[in-house]
Design a protein around this ligand. Structure first.
Ligand SMILES: Cc1cc2nc3c(=O)[nH]c(=O)nc-3n(C[C@H](O)[C@H](O)[C@H](O)COP(=O)(O)O)c2cc1C
Length: 354
């Protein structure tokens, strides 16, 4: 009954807590013959890592990956792939005062009500530290999708507070600490984030992900629709409060004559659908977005209660992201890749083909 496993044929189980000795995952169902080495994980783990700029948490984890099984002579064997990352920079004393206190906006209250016990250090299992392993598993999925189909999954931040990019250059998003696709706006973002940090407050964000090169036909109607599984995968990322596929909530204001994507011999004339029709990929780019709430851990005081329901004032110490959306980009890409590979394997299982 516990739900720490994701996927059907490409199955990922993660384990570990924020301040435990290690975090890890087991990938079961990976096709054999895929070349995988520790170096393949470096780029994406660094893109997710804290401490890359002054605009993210200053926790500095080595995030050095150990491949414990499932890879022999540099290639996957089809057996379970176990990946491990040891926690090297947990500062548990920052959380000593919080052992019996529920931090508003966090999972403390609900974990306590559900399990009656929780590892309070750094949020324990509810911490976004766990998403490191989603990114690691996503590396394997992305590599397979890229080599087998030329699929490219890329994300960027498309809103921080009221700020929105005025132009989109997805290559440029990799060249700044905000994954921001409008390089001219980066100085303004730096100023914005510096003043936010000084004020002790945090801000929400929007992240867009695009998957290009996905063949038509992936998706499992009716209860494994591609859009439904993408929505679930993105919504399951910490702090996500909204997900959109294609035009998303904007469709509420659209007319059918504008929204439906005309089809011609050369293909679709537009992509309001986000590359999915009837829960199945159409061959167009798959577009999805998610909205992340502002960081809850703030040094600004807030009212709460302790385990005895006595009122307390909470001021959170420790190292936190002022905008958790920034580091969520590689996590969202990983979740999209995991869904796509699992859907591909299920498509092939039912319909055959390459
Ligand atoms: C990449 C990433 C980093 C995060 N870092 C923090 C953080 O430093 N401080 C914090 O209060 N919340 C942080 N969060 C959000 C919490 O993990 C999350 O809000 C909390 O576990 C409650 O879960 P929920 O918001 O999904 O309901 C982060 C989320 C993500 C995706």
């Amino acid at each position: 009954m516990s739900h720490n496993t994701f996927g059907h044929l490409f199955r990922v189980t993660t384990f570990g807590e924020s301040h435990g000795p290690a975090i890890g995952c087991v990938i079961d169902g990976c096709p054999p013959g895929l070349a995988i080495a520790p170096g393949d994980f470096t780029r994406d783990l660094q893109r997710r890592a804290t401490g890359r700029s002054r605009h993210t948490s200053q926790r500095r984890e080595a995030d050095s990956i150990e491949i414990l099984s499932g890879v022999f002579e540099g290639v996957t064997t089809g057996t379970p792939i176990a990946l491990l990352i040891r926690n090297t920079d947990a500062r548990s004393r920052d959380y000593d005062d919080l052992a019996r206190v529920f931090r508003p906006g966090h999972a403390d209250f609900t974990y306590d009500r559900k399990y009656g016990i929780r590892d309070h250090r750094g949020g324990g299992r509810s911490s976004a530290r766990e998403t490191t392993m989603r990114v690691a598993a996503g590396v394997v999925a992305r590599k397979y999708l890229s080599e087998r189909f030329g699929i490219r999954v890329r994300g960027h931040v498309s809103q921080i507070g009221e700020l929105r990019p005025t132009r989109f250059d997805s290559d440029a998003a990799e060249g700044n600490p905000f994954f921001w696709p409008d390089p001219d706006m980066v100085p303004a973002l730096e100023t914005y984030m510096d003043s936010l940090r000084k004020s002790g407050d945090s801000i929400g964000a929007r992240v867009d992900v695009v998957a290009e090169g996905v063949p038509a036909g992936w998706g499992a109607p009716l209860y494994g629709k591609l859009d439904a599984e993408l929505a679930s995968a993105l919504m399951g990322i910490n702090a996500v409060k909204g997900v959109e596929i294609g035009d998303g909530f904007a469709v509420a204001a659209q007319r059918g004559s504008d929204h439906r994507d005309a089809i011609g011999p050369e293909g679709f004339a537009s992509n309001h659908a986000g590359g999915i029709l009837g829960g199945i990929s159409s061959g167009q780019a798959i577009t999805c977005s998610m909205a992340l709430k502002p960081t809850s851990s703030l040094r600004l005081p807030v009212q709460s209660v302790d385990r005895d329901n006595a009122p307390v004032t909470v001021e959170v110490k420790g190292r936190h992201d002022p905008c958790v959306g920034i580091r969520a980009v590689p996590i969202a890409e990983a979740m999209v890749a995991l869904v796509l590979l699992d859907q591909y394997l299920r498509h092939r299982a039912q319909c055959g083909g390459p």
